[in-house]
Design a protein. Structure first.
Length: 68
C-alpha cells in the first residue's frame, strides 16, 4: 500500500487533510503533495505517525469480509 493510498483511506473514513497533517506533524500542503504524487514519501517521523493513524482508524475496524 502506498502513502497516497493510506491517506485516501483516511479521507474516505472522514479525516480531513488538515487533521492528517496535524497528526503527521507536517503542513496540509505536504499531505496534498503526497496525494498529487509530487512527493513519493513523507520524512521518517511523519511516515511513522501516518502509519500509526492509519492503523488506529482503518485497521482496527474489521472489514465486512472479516466480520462475516
Amino acid at each position: 500500500m502506498t502513502w497516497k493510498q493510506r491517506i485516501d483511506e483516511l479521507m474516505l473514513s472522514g479525516e480531513s487533510v488538515d487533521s492528517i497533517a496535524r497528526h503527521m506533524g507536517v503542513t496540509a500542503n505536504a499531505v496534498r503533495e503526497i496525494i498529487k504524487g509530487r512527493t513519493a514519501a513523507p520524512r521518517a517521523d511523519a511516515a511513522i505517525s501516518l502509519l500509526a493513524l492509519h492503523q488506529s482508524l482503518i485497521r482496527s475496524t474489521p472489514s465486512t469480509s472479516e466480520a462475516a
